[in-house]
Ligand binder design. Sequence first.
Ligand code: FAD
Length: 540
Amino acid sequence: MEQFAADLATMVRTPLTEAHVAAMRRVGKEVTLQPGELIQEAGAPITMFPYLLEGELEAVDPRTNARYSTSSLGPGQFFGELNFLSGGNALMSGRAVVESRVLCVPREAMLRLMSEIPEMSDIVITVMAARRRRIMSTQEGGLTLIGGDVDRDVRRIASFASRNRIPYSELDLHSDEAAVVAERCGLQQGAPFVVFGADQVIDPPTPRAVARVLGQDISLHTEDVFDVIVVGGGPAGVAAGVYAGAEGLRALVLEDVAIGGQAGTSSRIENYMGFPTGIPGGDLVGRGEIQAMKFGTRFATPRRATGLRQCTDKLFHVMLEDGQEASARAIVAATGVQYRRLPWEGIERLEGAGVYYAATEVEARYCRDSEVAVIGGGNSAGQAAMFLARTARHVHVLVRGPGLAASMSDYLLSRLEAHPRITIHTRTQVVSLHGRDMLDSITIRDAHSGQDWTLRTNALFVMVGAAPNTTWLSGLVELDEQGFVKTGTSVSQPSGYATSCPGIFAVGDVRAGSVKRVASAVGEGSVVISDVWAHVNASS
Ligand SMILES: Cc1cc2nc3c(=O)[nH]c(=O)nc-3n(C[C@H](O)[C@H](O)[C@H](O)COP(=O)(O)OP(=O)(O)OC[C@H]3O[C@@H](n4cnc5c(N)ncnc54)[C@H](O)[C@@H]3O)c2cc1C
């Protein structure tokens, strides 16, 4: 299966050429570091691209201040990984081992050079992405989550970090290592917490606070006008981000949860052209994010749009959950769909603590070797069941109807039926959930017999009732009866993606009549940018 980036251990590295170094010299400055001196501090903003001319640099673990085992850099190499592109803070420190000469290129100047010299950009981005892949797998990078085994808030951060490809390591609440970290941070032992580096406690432990520490929480101001704001960072929104950046538009992508959207929760997209062995949806869209950043598109995650208004100056103002606003000449709505919260008593308390709406590596870890229930008869439920069956003791697929043939792809249904650890229960319905802080069982009603039975389970995956995310559009555009955004001829617009309000466009799953697939979402997000471009040009 294809992945997010190349494997650093086996990849053949192409060094930057003399011409590239000469170009960097024109905008950079040479500095000499003494042994032990830092070129970059973990947690500090990344303001430059350090290229090593002579000497040796090492990457340093911000938890221990010791060198990562395989992290020596020699002349011709550079320090840094993907946070350089996103404009975030450094995940680890960089330090001189011996006296070293480093060419320091200011970040903005380096990004300009990369956009002017594509071969240089390819070399830098390939290495940075491979480094991110490695530090994800080795769990380096300074973010430590303690107590995800018992605490819902810490689990949320694990899910946020994992889905946004932020490296982290986890410690069980009552482990000896957790006690050591708690003592170092001056915290009570046995309470869950999140820490960056040696002792920077992230309080409150929310995805937003983590994003802030990593410098990914950009500050927005109404006077800072973008050409286009794309709301939603699923396949459609990220594709729009790539094309907007490539066409020279100043673009911002706002994403509430995680770049990747629904596709990011699929462990294997098998029908996207060009990936014959499949690709995890998060890796596919993550590649798009890097591509968009390369073209200058900015991303803000986790940021939720809560409202939209248009002023007399024709600008659109997107209201965010914290009261900040962001302004643009055009809006692309790419907010997709979301599973509905089912009306069980106590569900809010158990969301993230046994009730889940996505089946990714993180959730799979929390229900390893357990009985698991999946509600839903569509392809997403089928994929989730197959994925969870790799590690769960048994997966129970619960469907209301008499079968799955009408709602699930044939190939997937055959796999489910053939799997020894998956059982499909037709004509069943979950009637209640049980558990105080964590889910411990569910009651299921069997319509064949009219009997209720109890399944002891610590994980229930809800994958039914997908509804479009449109409340943030504040009634500015026409919706159909199900709440999907109407576009094109249905609202007398010549462009297929134009809504009833000029300047607001809609793409992907949120659009009425769209085909609910990754490929079509990517296609729509790519194509809409020519209409956005025409609108921005006409209005400025
Ligand atoms: C488990 C699963 C497996 C799937 N497998 C396949 C497959 O194999 N092949 C295939 O073709 N399709 C598959 N699909 C369908 C496919 O993933 C979707 O059609 C596609 O992701 C739609 O893309 P989108 O960008 O339009 O919307 P989404 O992917 O839904 O993305 C919308 C994004 O907008 C964000 N958002 C919502 N509201 C706001 C707000 N107010 N402010 C900011 N951000 C917001 C959401 O957090 C989300 O990230 C699968 C779906 C699921 C759930």
